[in-house]
Design a binder for this molecule. Sequence first.
Ligand SMILES: NC(=O)c1ccc[n+]([C@@H]2O[C@H](COP(=O)([O-])OP(=O)(O)OC[C@H]3O[C@@H](n4cnc5c(N)ncnc54)[C@H](OP(=O)(O)O)[C@@H]3O)[C@@H](O)[C@H]2O)c1
Length: 265
Amino acid sequence: MTEARYSCALVTGASAGIGAEFARQLAPYCATLVLIARRSERLVELAGELERAHEGLRVMPLEADLTDPSARLQAVGHLLSKGLVPDLLVNNAGMGDYGEFVTSDWMKIESMLRLNVEALTHLTHALLPTMIEQGKGSIINVSSLASILPIPDFAVYAATKAYVTSFSEALRIEVRDRGIRVMALCPGPVHTEFGQIAGRGPNTDFGAREWFYVPQGQVVAEALAGIAADRPRVYPGLKIAVAAAAISLLPIAIIRLVMSTRPRK
Ligand SMILES: NC(=O)c1ccc[n+]([C@@H]2O[C@H](COP(=O)([O-])OP(=O)(O)OC[C@H]3O[C@@H](n4cnc5c(N)ncnc54)[C@H](OP(=O)(O)O)[C@@H]3O)[C@@H](O)[C@H]2O)c1
């Protein structure tokens, strides 16, 4: 095995999409990899695949519904009881809901708030003290390009990601001199299972052009390079980085105009 860059990396939402890709790219650089999601059969399969491919790697699949605060604490307690203190936390698990807010299903909105905002904050709060005690640790919070745009039909999702980016930037400053790195990863569109879950019914087309999509592999490679370089924020893919720079320079009045003419669901 390549010399471990992380003694223990924890990835939430590792049963699919960007989280599974994080697990694959981290595997050569970890001694222990902890994978959390609800679909444990997928985690077990991925754990087996990674352990077979990387001699000496230990992968621990942990089934947990992260919308449930007690399940989060149970997962963290389980790790700490085994002496496992993550020195990399990837808060990746997340979901969206695409469509008008007024007709949204409250249960879905509540799950999204609990997962995208509360679980990410809670896991960070639970693990940060032990990272600080160790004098080192890195946290990648998976946000979105949507975090810098108020998006009609993605109103709550974009707002949850605005929280993630803002929280990450502020926390980074608080803990920087204690050896902890915090980075917000802000991808644009990526082909994963996200669309099926965010969509209401068969229409999972969010109006993003195909050329705007960035491959999962590139998103994760840029994220891992970004945290290694202690960057505060990463917008993976040149076109996404250019779009983010343009959005950041635009006055809010122009953003309102552009968003109000965007094709709606
Ligand atoms: N895809 C995009 O275009 C895009 C763009 C920007 C940002 N992002 C962000 O990237 C992150 C990963 O999304 P993805 O695109 O890879 O989506 P995905 O393919 O749907 O994967 C989501 C992951 O989160 C897990 N998850 C969902 N609900 C959970 C719960 N209650 N408890 C524990 N785990 C849960 C899922 O596992 P189980 O279902 O097995 O629990 C799955 O492993 C999200 O934060 C998303 O907002 C995605």
